[in-house]
Write a protein that binds this ligand. Structure first.
Ligand SMILES: Cc1cc2nc3c(=O)[nH]c(=O)nc-3n(C[C@H](O)[C@H](O)[C@H](O)COP(=O)(O)O)c2cc1C
Length: 207
């Protein structure tokens, strides 16, 4: 059974057009069912070789949110939001568990071959290079997350204005992980700013 918020599901164009960064939220908790629905959809995001390096830490605990706000230089939206999603990339976890990423429909021989190819490709990179590569993929899931949150009747603000080392300490994250964004979200209690975007002429070239 859908919750009241989720009975107002938006189409993809409606979700994209109505999304604005929101920094003040209603003080209403997000039902677990809605959180599950959001991540069920976001986990369908595409990634190169289907490596899915994204990991999500969802913070609803008030004390932890206070600490995150401090790490985010006091930005109020962190504690105003009923939930804060930390979107991180963990390529080392991917590399350690490569067989999990290979499609089970492939023959055992092809699966082994795939794992060997990926091992050799990423084995030639440093942890830092792999981390940056994983981040490019994780940002795809971040985009999907923002649209999904909006489409299911909530609002959000993506944030990178925080001290990453402090956040690693607060959430007990491994040193090598990379951050795509901190995303406070909930039901909007303000309107965002009007869209200000470049013209199509500037950003699109038709050949
Ligand atoms: C990766 C990223 C990091 C951002 N960091 C912050 C931040 O730390 N604090 C904040 O208030 N907004 C932050 N923003 C929000 C942007 O300012 C906002 O998306 C942009 O101005 C466009 O406005 P809109 O989201 O309302 O369309 C960030 C956005 C992105 C995508």
């Amino acid at each position: 059974m859908a919750t009241q918020t989720m009975q107002n599901i938006l189409s993809v164009p409606e979700a994209i057009e109505s999304r604005h960064s929101i920094r003040k939220f209603k003080q209403e908790p997000i039902p677990q069912e809605d959180l599950n629905k959001i991540f069920e959809l976001v986990r369908l995001s595409p990634s190169a070789w289907n490596l899915q390096p994204w990991r999500f830490h969802v913070v609803t605990d008030t004390t932890v949110k206070e600490k995150l706000k401090e790490a985010a230089y006091g930005q109020q939206q962190v504690t105003s939001a009923p939930a804060v999603v930390m979107v991180i990339s963990d390529m080392e976890d991917v590399i350690e568990n490569l067989p999990e990423t290979v499609h089970p429909g492939l023959s055992p021989d092809r699966q082994q071959e795939e794992v060997a190819n990926l091992s050799s490709f990423f084995g030639g990179m440093s942890v830092e290079e792999r981390g940056q590569w994983g981040l490019t993929q994780t940002n795809i899931a971040l985009g999907v997350l923002l649209v999904t949150i909006q489409g299911l009747g909530y609002a959000s603000v993506p944030m990178l204005g925080f001290d990453q080392e402090k956040v690693k300490e607060i959430l007990g994250l491994k040193e090598h992980v990379k951050f795509a964004s901190m995303v406070p979200f909930g039901i909007a209690d303000q309107e965002g700013y009007e869209h200000h975007r470049f013209s199509l002429e500037k950003i699109v070239t038709f050949h």
